[in-house]
Design a protein around this ligand. Sequence first.
Ligand SMILES: NC(=O)c1ccc[n+]([C@@H]2O[C@H](COP(=O)([O-])OP(=O)(O)OC[C@H]3O[C@@H](n4cnc5c(N)ncnc54)[C@H](OP(=O)(O)O)[C@@H]3O)[C@@H](O)[C@H]2O)c1
Length: 274
Amino acid sequence: MKKVCVVTGGGSGIGFAAAKEAAKKGYYVMIVGRNEKKLAGAVEELRKDGCEAEAYSCDVSDREHCFALARHAAECGAVKAVLHIAGMSPHMGDAEKIMQANALGTVNINDAFFEVIAEGGCVIDTSSTSAYMAPSFIMPKRVYPLACTDRKLFMDKMMKKVKMFPRKTREGVAYSMSKHFTIWFAKQDAARFARKNARVLSITPGNFETPLGNLEKEEASTYLKFAAIKRNGLPEEIAPLYVALIDERLSYLTGTDILCDGGCIAGGASAFAR
Ligand SMILES: NC(=O)c1ccc[n+]([C@@H]2O[C@H](COP(=O)([O-])OP(=O)(O)OC[C@H]3O[C@@H](n4cnc5c(N)ncnc54)[C@H](OP(=O)(O)O)[C@@H]3O)[C@@H](O)[C@H]2O)c1
């Protein structure tokens, strides 16, 4: 039976690098995103290297789409890994779209794959250092549990909080809140997946040279002085982390976030220190 690794956001940047790593390790890789042309190019490149891969077009903010994706993945083999890397940055859409893609998208993917994850499987969600840098007191933590019971109310309350901020900052605020939520969600979801003998983790990337990272480069460069490594990371420097963490021998590692940021947060980067 094939070992399936689903990579959302696998058409570019960190996701594509992770898809290549997973394919090299012998996984049947399913590359997920919205842009079919980009997905087809990524799959072609993997196949050229002799790897098994397919493209699946899916918007992670569409819940039904995510469940269909999960069902399809399970038909292809044992779903051993879900690298949920898709995400939208502040320059990629309005605040509501960002919240839907990053926060609800994570809920949708975890919920959908909970149904089909194989024993020993692992889901890795993706956050951002902006979750660590934004002041914790602005995060609507009491709203987060609603994501598990009433997603509409969750969205309404999250957006209400975002709209308390000046208009020109709202995309950035929505991004930070959605990524702060992602860490919380992955942590609390570990117990549910443990009942199926599966794990949930999150990875928090710092600044990486990707299409998304390049859009945020100017803002990100203000924090480089705090980093131990004074340059942006390359996708190839984080992709092996995703694939290392899905190793079934790491069966006691769950419910935690792993930072890969060149030591930026450790160096004291925060919204109050720029
Ligand atoms: N690069 C950085 O500096 C950095 C820093 C912190 C966190 N991150 C996080 O790392 C992850 C990967 O980003 P990246 O830097 O590799 O950027 P990227 O190359 O732009 O990748 C983002 C991917 O997400 C997909 N995507 C976006 N919205 C989607 C949706 N609604 N449904 C399905 N797919 C969607 C995009 O594919 P389609 O266009 O085909 O939909 C794209 O391939 C993101 O979650 C990002 O927030 C990146």
